[in-house]
Design a protein around this ligand. Sequence first.
Ligand code: TRP
Length: 331
Amino acid sequence: METVVSGIRSTGKLHLGNYYGAVTNFVKMQNEYNCYFFIADLHSLTTHPTPADLHGNVKHVLVEYLAAGIDPEKATIYVQSDIPEISELYLYLNMNAYLGELERSTSFKDKVRSQPDNVNAGLLTYPVLMAADIIIHKATKVPVGKDQEQHLEMARTFGNRFNRMYNVEYFPEPYAFTFSEKLVKVPGLDGKGKMGKSEGEGNAVFLSDTPEVIRKKVMRAVTDGGPTEENQAKPDAIQNLFDLMKIVSSADTYSHFDELYNKCQIRYGDFKKQLAEDMIVATNPLRERINDIASNSDYLRKVSKLGAEKARASASKTLEEVRKIIGFKRF
Ligand code: TRP
């Protein structure tokens, strides 16, 4: 069975776009592959979180992935910092990662631009840590978006360089696993592109949003003056709301409002009210699970312990072999 590794940024909570997109696919993948999903809290240290934020964010992400259906018995779900072998492999890989190639990474250049006062060495070697995350389990598939292509290419470079340097065929090459067409497109509420948390307050509906917050956000979604001709094409902002309705509402509800639109009889207030209520109903079970799991410390302790045990079993085996290949020897 092929091994899959994916790191989850430990900043921020899940929105509907994440849920109907990547997370739903993770839930499917856990039945078909040997999956390692981890919360990338070591990577988050590059932004200097406070101790409370660091733990709070990790908990948030863990709770929401479990609520969304990641099964800790099927997949290995763990916290990156629970696996010291990752940091060790990162150190070894750093010895063969060169300043020039690290400086050329687009994500590094972006960070230099966006946070010029905090250009730390961790940012520079972010791709090395990510390579360690992946090759420590000898993964061949990494479900990530386009923005991570370059990091994956660097992971292949570092793994291959290790192999060449020690004349071994040890690390396999990891490649992106793209869901592409299979991904449901979830638009945001700002009338523009897809749902994203960085697109401004109100554009994204989070799994943990209360029904009141969801109503407020949906009622504030961008619309227009309404259709003036029968069967006219929908402008982007309206099409986006219909796309959201297609995801959360019944087919009947969708065609009801579609017909009203085509007959120029739609009232956006009613339309959005319905959309908000259906969104609330669709996410109710998730919200309940999130609240249950978040308040169940015993369960979280058990899950993270199990994940760490499974991940360490795989990681320590790799490290033992890596140390031997490098030439460390006990007296
Ligand atoms: N860099 C990834 C992101 O920003 C997160 C990540 C860290 C990751 N380590 C990884 C993803 C290993 C896949 C595999 O989303």
